[in-house]
Design a binder for this molecule. Structure first.
Ligand SMILES: *Cc1c(COP(=O)(O)O)cnc(C)c1O
Length: 242
């Protein structure tokens, strides 16, 4: 079981080494544990070893693990495709940040619910930087427009952008996705939209976190390299069709 703890140490080491190589401060890169399919018992080991932030992809899993984890202080992010009819659940299970906002209709429904509950929430805008038809996320060239519209919703605190890089072993192809996200971030910063913060770039996972950090990631989301292989393929979580 302390395998999990040593895997976390290895990830921290990869983050530190990359930051050192390019002269970034490792404190600028937050590790978030991607816990889909991982049992609460195993998640607890990670949290108790000092990790603060976990992220689920499915509301159902968030719900199932909620009771088991509620006495172990941690922060929940949501990184999966969110259906409008699950918005109430997201709020009920204390999600601090939804990283996967990718359409106006979803943002608007979330805003309306938050108004009723008198709450606010952090969000990231998910961008489809790999142009794969099957992947979620707003198209890169529509991102600015979407953000301008979402910025009108007072309960939604836009903190930055999220992407899933191309699933490829060719680091340079993956790098293009991350560069694109960074360039969109810069365009949006230049536009100085009220109520929009663009500090966070959530990109990089087990296989490509070095490339993401080199391109400016402030959040990396790591699952497999900490908890081991999952039984479901990632397409089950990432694609529209399954
Ligand atoms: C599963 C998942 C991750 C983590 O991927 P690993 O390759 O297991 O590190 C990151 N982001 C999202 C959106 C995920 O669904």
């Amino acid at each position: 079981m302390d395998e999990i703890v040593s895997h976390i140490a290895q990830i921290k080491n990869r983050i530190n080494q990359t930051c050192k190589k390019i002269g970034r401060n490792p404190d600028e890169v937050q590790l978030i544990l991607a816990t889909k399919t991982v049992s609460p018992e195993r998640i607890k080991i990670a949290i108790e070893s000092g990790e603060k932030c976990i992220a689920e992809n499915k509301v159902q899993e968030l719900k199932e693990k909620y009771d088991a984890l509620k006495d172990t202080p941690h922060i929940n992010h949501f990184i999966g495709h969110l259906q409008s009819n699950k918005i109430k659940d997201i709020l009920k299970y204390d999600v601090r940040c939804v990283q996967s906002i990718d359409r106006l209709e979803l943002a608007e429904k979330l805003h309306k619910r938050l108004l009723i509950e008198k709450k606010e929430i952090d969000i990231l805008i998910q961008v489809n930087t790999s142009f794969e038809k099957s992947k979620f996320g707003i198209e890169p060239n529509e991102t600015m427009n979407l953000i301008k519209k979402i910025s009108q919703f007072s309960t939604l605190k836009i903190k930055g952008l999220m992407t899933i890089g191309l699933f490829s072993t060719e680091a340079e192809q993956v790098r293009k996705c991350f560069r694109l996200l960074k360039s969109i971030q810069e365009e949006i910063i230049n536009e100085q939209i009220p109520n929009v913060e663009m500090k966070e770039l959530s990109m990089g996972m087990s296989g490509d976190l070095e490339t993401a950090i080199e391109e400016g990631a402030t959040i990396v989301r790591v699952g497999t390299a900490i908890f081991g292989k999952r039984i479901y393929s990632d397409s089950y979580y990432w694609n529209e069709y399954h």
